[in-house]
Design a protein around this ligand. Structure first.
Ligand code: ADP
Ligand code: MG
Length: 503
């Protein structure tokens, strides 16, 4: 018996098949989207610090990944036998199929999201925290958009899996492609010819959607974008620059000190890294912290804005309690209210790679509602202008040099109009020839009266711009004072350290 080609070709115009194709598309797209959303919650839940939440999500993923979809499908379709009321929705094979597919796929997709989420560097979360953005905001604005980009190829692949899994729903008599085919060949016995038609429809769906998903992937891939130029009409009125600058320098000088740390202790396990550090930072003062590697400078500056927890001691900001051992932590209302007054610039910049320079700078002011979109944009452009980066406002971070990225990071901190800005070795990750462009910006900010705490290895810079230099070693402040006082002191340890740096 030959192969009935004309019958097979005829199937391509079969209305039932096209109808079934639509059903499969609806079912697979709905299950995919619901699975992505539900799976994301599962993945976030699994990373939660709350033990019960993390455990519950883990158990869900384990269970539904182990259960064959077919078993789940038949089970859900038959739930109305035990529980009559559920027949209102579960008697529809489409809905039963959708529920089973979503429950099962969410478990698989959660694992895909887990990969995406853990690919986002911790520095991204820290940059968000330092800008005063809360957990949900950090996830929504910073982590999830990056994680999804990483996960998208695998998510696209999972869509194809779902399309093929929909054929299982035929067992609960959903009129999908396979069932339409089965009904035909049980009447005409043209099994091969019919299955070829069935294959055509599946391949068609997968091909079209694979193409759609890949184009979406390309569309959101910022590394493919051309560097954007600032349009002329985006020039900013001079007065808005002046207003923005005044706002961030005219902070009400509450309290005797802008920032005060008292008796800070911090240990990692048995390793005591900070052994009782005190620091007073007056208004408009520039304090530089110097010292050998491993002396605890980074740990100390991170305790000042709550990125590291305190074991003992307290931090006051603008004359008010901000952080205190275990009693006033980053979970407190006082902290959340005051964190916006303290900005931070990191060694590794930690710009948000999926946002343009302008969007990086506008993100926190918009999140905190400091102004409407236009006002935030004007402030952001003013700050970018200040650090010499306005012309690059529409570029993405990867399109900039390290020095340029760090200047944008400074503008991002300034846009929140902070009273104090912390810098942790802002030039250590830069090529030597790029160090000066960042130091120049910082020097200018110092001259304008911005209160700054700077951890640095740039000795001549520290002694030139600082009101006070603090020399730390081994978790202690060894000596501190004005640059003149320190230079004329003949302090043995300090001189030895400085000499090493001169070489
Ligand atoms: P510095 O910035 O002066 O070079 P750090 O504050 O980075 O010093 O580190 C001080 C000490 O604390 C080092 O010995 C370092 O190994 C240790 N340390 C820093 N962070 C951690 C951490 N998260 N867990 C354990 N030890 C840490
Ligand atoms: Mg350090």
């Amino acid at each position: 018996m030959g192969f009935d080609w004309s019958y097979t070709l005829g199937l391509l115009a079969n209305k039932d098949f096209w109808h079934a194709t639509l059903t499969v598309i609806e079912l697979s797209v709905a299950a995919w989207i619901l699975g992505i959303v539900f799976g994301l919650f599962l993945a976030l839940g699994q990373r939660s610090k709350i033990w019960a939440v993390s455990k519950a999500c883990g158990v869900y993923i384990w269970f539904f990944r182990s259960l064959p979809l077919l078993v789940l499908l038949v089970f859900i379709y038959n739930v109305p036998q035990m529980w009559q009321a559920s027949s209102v929705i579960l008697s529809s094979p489409f809905i039963s199929g959708l529920i089973a597919l979503t429950l099962s796929e969410a478990a698989y997709i959660a694992e895909i999201h887990r990969g995406g989420l853990s690919a986002v560097p911790n520095g991204q979360v820290e940059a968000g925290k330092a800008l005063g953005i809360k957990y949900l905001g950090i996830q929504r604005l910073i982590v999830i958009p990056q994680a999804i980009r990483v996960a998208l190829p695998a998510l696209g692949n999972e869509y194809i899996t779902i399309v093929k899994l929909t054929s299982l729903v035929s067992v609960i008599s959903l009129a999908e492609i396979l069932l339409v085919g089965q009904r035909l060949y049980t009447q005409n016995f043209l099994v091969m010819e019919t299955l070829l038609g069935v294959a055509f429809y599946y391949v068609l769906i997968v091909t079209v959607f694979d193409w759609l998903i890949k184009s979406f992937e390309r569309k959101i891939d910022v590394s493919r974008r051309k560097p954007g130029l600032l349009e002329n009409n985006e020039s900013i009125p001079a007065e808005s620059v002046a207003v923005a600058m005044r706002k961030h320098l005219d902070v009400e000088h509450k309290g005797a000190f802008a920032l005060q740390a008292k008796n800070i202790h911090k240990a990692y396990g048995d390793h005591e890294v900070l052994k009782g550090i005190d620091l007073d930072v007056g208004w408009g003062e520039v304090v530089s912290i110097i010292g050998p590697s491993g002396s605890g400078k980074t740990t100390f500056i991170r305790t000042l804005n709550g990125l590291e927890s305190l074991d003992q001691g307290e931090v006051n900001l603008l004359g008010e309690p901000f952080l205190k051992d275990h009693t006033l932590t980053p979970d407190s209302a006082e902290y959340k209210q005051r964190i916006v007054h303290i900005g931070m610039v990191f060694q590794s910049f930690n710009l948000f790679p999926h946002k343009t320079v302008l969007e990086n700078v506008m993100l926190a002011p918009l999140y905190h509602g400091l102004g409407d979109k236009l006002a935030s944009k004007l402030t952001a452009l003013a700050m970018l202008d200040k650090v010499g980066m306005k012309a690059h406002a529409n570029k993405y971070p990867h399109q900039l040099s390290g020095g340029q990225q760090q200047r944008v990071a400074i503008a991002r901190a300034l846009a929140m109009e902070p009273s104090v800005v912390l810098f942790d070795e802002p030039t250590s990750a830069l090529d030597p020839e790029l160090v000066n462009e960042v130091l120049k910006v910082m020097e200018q900010l110092a001259q304008e009266g911005l209160t700054m705490v700077i951890v640095t290895h740039e000795m001549s810079f520290a002694f030139k711009v600082s009101n006070k230099v603090v020399f730390m070693e081994n978790g202690h402040v060894v000596v501190s004072g004005t640059p003149q006082a320190l230079l004329s002191m003949n302090h043995e340890r300090l001189d030895a350290f400085m000499h090493r740096h001169d070489d």
